[in-house]
Design a protein around this ligand. Sequence first.
Ligand SMILES: Cc1cc2nc3c(=O)[nH]c(=O)nc-3n(C[C@H](O)[C@H](O)[C@H](O)COP(=O)(O)OP(=O)(O)OC[C@H]3O[C@@H](n4cnc5c(N)ncnc54)[C@H](O)[C@@H]3O)c2cc1C
Length: 481
Amino acid sequence: MGARSGNNFLSSLKKLGAEVWLGGNRVGDVTAHPAFANVARSVASLYDLQMEHPESMTFRTDDGGRAGMSFIIPKSVEDVRKRTRMMKQWADFGCGMLGRTPDYLNVSIAAMAAARDFFAESDPRHGDNIWNYYLQARHHDWCATHTLVNPRASRTAGWAGHTDAELALRLVEKTNDGIVVNGCRMLATLAPLAEELLVFPSTVLKAEPAAEPLALSFATACNAKGLKFICRDTYDAGRSRFDNPLSSRFDEMDAVVVFDNVLVPWERVFLCGDVARCNALYAATGAVVHMMHQVAVKNVAKSEFLLGLAARIAESSDAMSLPHVRERLAEMITTTETMRACLRAAEADAAADRWGVFTPARAPLDTARNLFPKLYPRMVEIIQLNSSSSLMATPAESDFKNPAERADIEKYFAAADSDARERVALYRLAWEVACSSFGGRQVLYERFFFGDPVRMASALVDSTDLKPLVERVKAFLKRPD
Ligand SMILES: Cc1cc2nc3c(=O)[nH]c(=O)nc-3n(C[C@H](O)[C@H](O)[C@H](O)COP(=O)(O)OP(=O)(O)OC[C@H]3O[C@@H](n4cnc5c(N)ncnc54)[C@H](O)[C@@H]3O)c2cc1C
């Protein structure tokens, strides 16, 4: 098949029937359920974009078909740039608020497939499995979710990534048909909308035999027997696009994943029991860098959207000349430009990795992923500071329709350059970004989705060659005059 349409995605999801739980009830058809139907349509629109712009959003595969551009295994800087342009179209469609557009995992599957020898060194079948899985995922243009972190009941287990063995997802037995796994994994964003669940290693397993049953990397269909997704509350209140412009479109949902003796067929197992290789997987295959590439594109789209929102608020409230408003806008411009610069530097310095895959430069992407968790909450704070009580002057669409209120709303809610309806729509959008549960989850997402920020910072120290800089300081201190 190759690159798919939105309708193809929706009909596949409708048939899937994964075990999804929300608010004490099992969800039947997610494509028709009020908590998921809107975001399902948004994801479908992403696939439709591929159909509408095949030249820029798909590429020709060896078998003559066309696949989604996020499945490309880049062979040149231009391939990396093409992928950026495609991912930017998806990120802009979701205003940066859909973190888990399917490209997030597609790029990592492509990177792992290109590094098939890494898996084959553990077991030759695993190398074939990851490659064949890539071909299938690309052929079906699957929408996937993933889960990395095991749950922990107490801090004695150590840093994020360490684990309470009795709660963690673990190997129960190997059978002729595959492996049986049991336990739980913390969050899988987009899970109710996904057809496939990718389970990758919880990054830092202790190098000891007791960790071997936890050392797993595999893929399972989301409707596998025994697999259960337990969702948080929905933030899509079922209101109009006017009332909730973001959550009525982009509430991508997060779920905890329970595995009740799930059988994973052998052909979907990529690593099993190989602790060292599990710990090395993300870095050694380059998958983490390709995922950072998608994240950097999303950061640009999201910063641009918030900057545009802040600028429109300044314009509409006639505050563009106020020094403190200008200072805050300048801060948002520097955030946006920093994200653009990181992305551009990563592309410009892309080079072939040991698997022959053109990979964006890691240092600028690492910079972006360490900065954005701090910069995004500040952008949100600026929207609050520059909006103030206007965030409360936000009657609903139904108020505009009520003749008893309409004349007052039209008179008192207008702004310098916009009528009441435009002004209220603007601040309802600002509310969703800066104050709503949808907006709060976005801030939490940016703080944590790529991992514990303290350990991300520590990884940055490890991956940076500080020695030459230290030597320069030492040399300076020894300079005689
Ligand atoms: C909205 C959202 C979506 C997500 N989506 C996904 C997803 O799709 N797939 C996925 O795999 N994961 C997902 N995650 C989970 C993400 O991977 C984790 O949140 C992240 O790895 C941090 O782990 P944790 O939440 O268990 O944090 P915790 O380990 O509970 O850490 C919380 C805080 O405590 C600190 N801390 C932890 N241990 C120690 C210690 N021993 N000493 C000192 N300080 C410590 C940390 O630095 C951190 O500040 C998502 C998270 C969020 C919030």
